[in-house]
Write a protein that binds this ligand. Structure first.
Ligand code: PAF
Length: 291
C-alpha cells in the first residue's frame, strides 16, 4: 500500500458536478493529477493511480473518476453487462492512494443527452474506430467533459489503449487544454496478457489461450530487433501465432506510432505493433512499441 502522509485522509467521493466543483475550488492552486476510468479496476489501473500518487506527492492531489460512458459503446456492445463493482473499486482507489473520486450518474453527465460531441478526427476513424464506429467520438466527448470538470494539470492514461491515448493527446493539443498527458506502461498477467476489465469475460479455456497475443507481439518485436523491416513479414508472424491459439485476428499491424498509418513495405521509426483479436465474444487489444 502506498499513501503519502500529506494526503493520508479518507478519500472524498463526489457524485454530483456541483460537489466536485466545490471541492475543486477548495483545492486552490494545488496540482490535480487525474486518472479517468470506467471502474472494474485492476492492477493496471492501480499502476496509473500509484503513478499519480507519486507525482502528486511533490505538489498535488490525486483525483480518479469512475463512469461507464454509454456514448463510447456501440448498440450491440457490452454497456449493460460492463462490470460495476463500485464498493470494491472504492477500496482499491483508497489503497492506491487516491484523494478523491468522481462517480457521476448517467443523468448527472448527460442530463439532456449528448447533442454536441467531439470529432476525434482521422485518428479516430482507423483500427478501433473502424471496428467500433462512434467509439472515439464518445471517448473524446466524455473526456472533454471530465477535463472541464476536474481541471487537472496532468492526466494519466494506459498504453494498453494506445489509439485512445494518441487521440486524447491530440484532443488536448488541438483544443488548447492546459493538460499534460502521461502514458503509463501496460501491466501484464504472468503469461503476458495485458490487464483489462474485460478479461473477466473470458472462460478458463479462453483465458489459457489469451497469452498468445503477447507472445505474438514479442515474436514480431524480436524479428524487428534482429533486422526484419518488412511489415508484411512482421504482421504475418503475429497473425499466425494469434490465429493458431484459436483467436480471430481483427488486425495485427505495424503502424506509424504517431499517425497510425499501417506500414506498406518497410517499417520505420516511430513504429508500433497493434493487435485486436476476438476470443469468443470478447475483444482483446494489445500493442508494443518498436524501439
Ligand atoms: O479507458 C477508459 O477507461 C475510458 O475510455 C475513459 C478514458 C475513462 C473514457 O470513458
Amino acid at each position: 500500500m502506498y499513501r503519502s502522509s500529506k494526503y493520508d485522509q479518507s478519500m472524498k467521493i463526489y457524485k454530483t458536478i456541483a460537489d466536485l466543483r466545490g471541492y475543486r475550488q477548495s483545492t486552490g492552486p494545488e496540482k490535480i493529477i487525474f486518472v479517468p476510468t470506467m471502474g472494474a479496476l485492476h492492477e493496471g489501473h492501480g499502476s496509473l493511480v500509484q503513478m499519480a500518487r507519486k507525482i502528486a506527492d511533490i505538489h498535488g492531489i490525486v483525483v480518479a473518476s469512475i463512469f461507464v460512458n454509454p456514448t463510447q459503446f456501440g448498440p450491440h456492445e457490452d454497456y449493460h453487462k460492463y462490470p460495476r463493482p463500485l464498493e470494491l473499486d472504492m477500496d482499491h482507489l483508497r489503497r492506491w492512494g487516491a484523494d478523491a473520486v468522481f462517480v457521476p450518474s448517467l443523468e448527472e453527465m448527460y442530463p439532456d443527452g449528448s447533442a454536441i460531441s467531439i470529432d476525434p478526427g482521422p485518428l479516430g476513424a482507423v483500427l478501433e474506430g473502424a471496428f467500433r464506429p462512434g467509439h472515439f467520438r464518445g471517448v473524446a466527448t466524455v473526456v472533454t467533459k471530465l477535463l472541464n470538470l476536474v481541471q487537472p494539470a496532468v492526466m494519466i492514461l494506459g498504453q494498453k489503449d494506445f489509439q485512445q491515448q494518441l487521440i486524447l493527446r491530440r484532443l488536448v493539443a488541438d483544443l488548447n487544454m492546459p493538460v499534460e498527458i502521461i502514458t503509463a506502461p501496460t501491466i501484464r498477467e504472468p503469461d503476458g496478457l495485458a490487464m483489462s476489465s474485460r478479461n473477466r469475460y473470458l472462460s478458463a479455456s479462453q483465458r489459457a489461450c489469451a497469452g498468445a497475443i503477447y507472445q505474438a507481439l514479442c515474436a514480431a518485436r524480436d524479428h524487428y530487433r534482429s533486422g526484419q523491416r518488412d511489415a508484411a513479414t512482421l504482421q504475418s508472424a503475429m497473425y499466425t501465432l494469434i490465429s493458431k491459439a484459436g483467436m480471430e485476428v481483427q488486425y495485427a499491424l505495424a503502424c506509424h506510432a504517431e499517425t497510425l498509418t499501417a506500414f506498406n513495405g518497410l517499417v520505420s521509426s516511430p513504429a508500433v505493433l497493434l493487435v485486436a483479436a476476438r476470443l469468443g465474444t470478447t475483444r482483446l487489444l494489445d500493442n508494443m512499441l518498436l524501439e
